[in-house]
Write a protein that binds this ligand. Structure first.
Ligand SMILES: [Zn+2]
Ligand SMILES: [Zn+2]
Length: 345
């Protein structure tokens, strides 16, 4: 028997139809990835090929030697352009704005092979710190309404470049789904006098059926009304609307929880393609009491089809309770990862 579940933060309905599906442990056979090279001479993000990207806007030098640890470069084929003024046009119902903003690539490591879950913990801390700083810098531009930080891993998640990288898009408008989440969060505050995200986290911890990691500062869990198999949320325990307000000490634990979760997906689900996104309020809304930032990881294990596109209702074929139990049981490899993860398991 299926069940319809409502997401408390968006009011979206999801059909849980676990009977239609494979069991969680069968997802591991979907993809079979090849070994990745440490350096690819044709890759524009590999060291020695810096001339193949537009001039960098940020470089973090390597701890030793003359190389770099991380670079940020403008996207070679940007969706939005920093030099463009956001002139608006409104004609009857038709509204448009020039493509002003920024579209940048964060090259996370000089090592081509360290994609997805394989990026060392120390690199991931540097990457998260860079996310926060770039988010705040781009948010200072008065023409920017919202900054989105995201990662596409694998062709099924929208990238053809293997080299570890993520992207930042600074947009002159607030998207309709973000606006809807804001309205729902505000409505919840008006009704209950509490942040819906704080309340959701408390409920998840009380129920304790969908938790993957329970850390001091962050909790990873499979949301009650997850839209797709193994969709995972990482929530900060401290109420913060903007990702720009996360503290250094919190970033270290976030790196551990994210690393751990990606590793379990990599190992248990055989390196699936995935996207993750930082779902934050715009930084100028950082004091907002009703919104709460979080990180959403979406492994690409199922296809979006006509019903989802037409109705906006998703069908999830793996119960979040089963996905959480499966991920909890995936052992962290006894490699150099083990000690780094010890503090957050
Ligand atoms: Zn490369
Ligand atoms: Zn909150």
């Amino acid at each position: 028997m299926s069940e319809l579940r409502q997401n408390p933060m968006t009011k979206e309905w999801v059909i849980m139809a676990a009977d239609r599906a494979k069991r969680p442990n069968e997802f591991g056979h979907v993809h079979k990835k090849h070994e990745r090279k440490v350096h690819d001479e044709l890759c524009p993000f590999c060291p020695g090929n810096e001339h193949m990207t537009p001039p960098e806007v940020v470089r973090i030098p390597a701890t030793e030697g003359e190389g770099w640890k991380l670079r940020i470069v403008p996207n070679k084929f940007p969706a939005l352009f920093p030099e463009c003024f956001p002139a608006w046009t409104i004609q009857r119902t038709l509204r448009s704005v020039k493509g002003s903003g920024a579209h940048e690539v964060i090259i996370e490591s000089p090592d081509h092979s360290l994609c997805g879950a394989l990026l060392p913990f120390e690199n991931l801390i540097t990457v998260l710190r860079t996310y926060r700083e770039r988010f705040k810098q781009l948010s200072e531009n008065p023409h920017i309404a919202h900054v989105t930080i995201f990662k596409n891993h694998g062709a099924g998640a929208g990238t053809s470049l293997e080299h570890p990288h993520s992207q930042v898009i600074a947009s002159p408008v607030v998207s309709s789904p973000l606006r809807a989440r804001f309205y729902e969060a505000m409505r919840h505050w008006d009704e209950f006098g509490e942040c819906v995200f704080c309340q959701t986290l408390r409920d998840e911890l009380d129920e304790d059926k969908r938790i993957v990691f329970n850390g001091h500062e962050f909790v990873a869990f499979e949301p009650f009304a997850a839209r797709s198999p193994f969709l995972t949320h990482i929530f900060p325990r401290r109420h913060m609307a903007s990702f720009g307000d996360v503290r250094d000490s919190e970033l270290e634990e976030l790196a551990g929880v994210l690393h751990n979760t990606l590793w379990k997906m990599h190992s248990g689900l055989n390196d699936p393609d995935f996207n993750y996104t930082i779902m934050t309020a715009p930084h100028h809304e950082s004091g907002t009491r009703h919104y709460h930032w979080y990180l959403e990881i979406v492994p690409r294990l199922s296809e979006v089809a006509g019903f989802e596109l037409g109705s906006g209702t998703f069908i999830n074929t793996v119960l979040p309770e089963d996905a959480a139990e499966f991920l909890r049981k995936v052992k962290i490899a006894q490699t150099h990862f083990a000690n780094e993860f010890a503090g957050v398991v």
